[in-house]
Design a protein around this ligand. Structure first.
Ligand code: AMP
Ligand code: GLC
Length: 455
């Protein structure tokens, strides 16, 4: 695809030039430690036998709401393998937390949307970021890259912005155990159709959207130092605990809106329907939202569009006409000005404004995503440059053809009644190192580079 190769190279150069213009990004609220375990089929089968195969299989067909016993954990892992889909459950039981700790991990990595984005934007792109870190333990702090990454510290009456390592925190470790499996991974005849992961969160802070006093008390001052904001971490709330944190989040949104700071919501899978409805209700307070096909389907479902929701998860690659319909509906109902959809193979953005920079920011994001998939971590801009060699997804040709026929797409851009549609075919890494955090890499790279390129 020579046209796309040329567009990719040019977008990369433009984005690299533009990114340093960004003065500051606020990232709130979820940061944690990811303990990544690459599953071994024999080990997993042994554990399932020991825990009771029948019970584990029951939960692998219907996910439990949370994890209170070992069969819930193993059943959840098996559910993800069976469907090739990501899932995340809160681990309430201490004995299960201890079981996961003893099972161990292969790698400790920065986790949570905020942590991952802080390391990418601050540590790799060199953009100053202020991050909300609910608990700053020694381990958590050590996972932050060097660079302009700051957390607020209130000393007496004075508010300082320091690197998380300088905070010298000795707070709790919020560990999320990530069980990764490759495509074709097989236990008891159940074969994973795609690489993915299951997450068990041994964490009492992020699932309740704990917001630190430094943030509650000084939010105006924090907001003044930034020109963009990305919000995430609302996905784990439930109908029982969402009310109070939502009030605080809305207060933050009002302050950001008053200051004219564009805010992106990283949607993430939100299992609780009440919370999802509430998110849709406040979406108009955000400038932008990022989501994948499962998340978009879950949103469309609470809008009452069941058939459209079904279409969104029925095909691979996802039917782009259904995606555009869903995005238009969401924009119309909520007033959100930018919707960035990502799926395996392509991205689409619906914006109320126009310009090539929207498409170029998606191209840049696809390079960052390919680097993340290939290496597990984007270490520097050189890694992003090298992603130019990853081939463009062939399956996206058909998606592009359909968008051309339906909307008269040219070089990835089409004019719609609701604004502009931007499309890019992405680069797909055949054997990714891991899958966790790619979505965060895509959304933050696209949002931040789009605003930098606009100037
Ligand atoms: P999420 O499910 O929100 O974390 O986002 C995952 C996204 O990562 C997908 O929508 C794809 O766009 C992208 N992705 C997944 N696997 C790969 C891969 N092997 N190479 C490049 N991008 C990938
Ligand atoms: C969720 C998980 C976290 C992971 C992140 C990646 O926030 O809780 O463990 O790092 O998703 O996107």
């Amino acid at each position: 695809m020579p046209m796309w190769d040329a567009l990719y190279s040019r977008a990369l150069e433009r984005a690299k030039d533009a990114l340093p213009r960004t003065k500051g990004v606020l990232l709130a609220y979820n940061t944690n430690v990811d303990a990544i375990k690459y599953l071994n089929p024999r080990d997993l089968e042994d554990r399932i036998e020991k825990a009771g195969k029948d019970e584990v299989f029951r939960y692998s067909e219907e996910l439990p709401e949370k994890i209170t016993e070992i069969p819930h954990l193993l059943g959840g892992i098996l559910w993800s393998i069976r469907h090739g889909k990501a899932a995340e459950l809160f681990v309430e039981s201490c004995p299960v937390r201890f079981y996961m700790k003893r099972w161990g991990w292969d790698e400790l990595r920065m986790g949570g949307q905020v942590g991952i984005m802080a390391n990418l934007l601050g540590g790799v792109y060199g953009i100053p970021v202020i991050a909300h870190v609910p608990q700053i333990s020694k381990l958590q702090a050590s996972l932050f890259k060097d660079g302009p990454i700051y957390v607020p510290k209130a000393d007496g009456g004075e508010l300082r912005f320091i690197h998380p390592r300088e905070f010298n925190g000795d707070e709790e470790n919020l560990t999320h155990y990530i069980y990764e499996f490759p495509r074709g991974f097989e236990v008891f005849g159940i074969k994973a159709p795609r690489e993915n992961r299951f997450i068990g969160s041994a964490d009492d802070y992020n699932p309740n959207l704990y917001i630190r006093p430094e943030f509650r008390e000084n939010f105006e001052k924090i907001a003044e130092r930034t020109e963009l904001a990305i919000i995430s971490g609302l996905q784990a709330l439930t109908r029982e605990n969402y009310a109070e944190p939502f009030e605080e989040v809305e207060r933050h949104l009002d302050i950001l809106n008053e200051k004219g700071i564009p805010v992106h919501l990283e949607f993430a899978f939100t299992p609780d329907e009440t919370v999802r409805k509430k998110l849709v209700e406040i979406l108009g307070k955000f400038t932008s939202v990022g989501l994948n096909e499962v998340e978009l389907a879950s949103v469309v479902e609470v809008l009452g569009e069941k058939e459209l929701a079904r279409q969104l998860i029925a095909h691979d690659p996802v039917d782009p006409i259904a995606v555009v319909k869903a995005m238009e509906r969401l924009a119309e109902i909520t007033g959100v000005r930018r919707i960035h959809f990502h799926t395996y193979g392509y991205y689409l953005a619906l914006t109320s404004y126009t310009g090539e920079h929207v498409r170029d920011s998606l191209l840049f994001a696809a390079l960052a995503a390919a680097a993340k998939a290939k290496l597990g971590d984007v270490r520097n801009l050189d890694d992003v440059d090298k992603a130019l060699d990853v081939p463009v997804n062939e399956k996206a040709r058909d998606v592009e053809r359909r968008l051309k026929e339906e909307f008269g797409l040219k070089k990835g851009i089409a004019k719609l009644d609701a604004g502009q549609l931007s499309f890019v075919p992405t680069k797909i890494v055949a054997k990714p190192k891991s899958t966790v955090g790619i979505g965060d890499t895509i959304s933050s790279s696209a949002f931040v580079s789009e605003f930098a390129l606009r100037a």
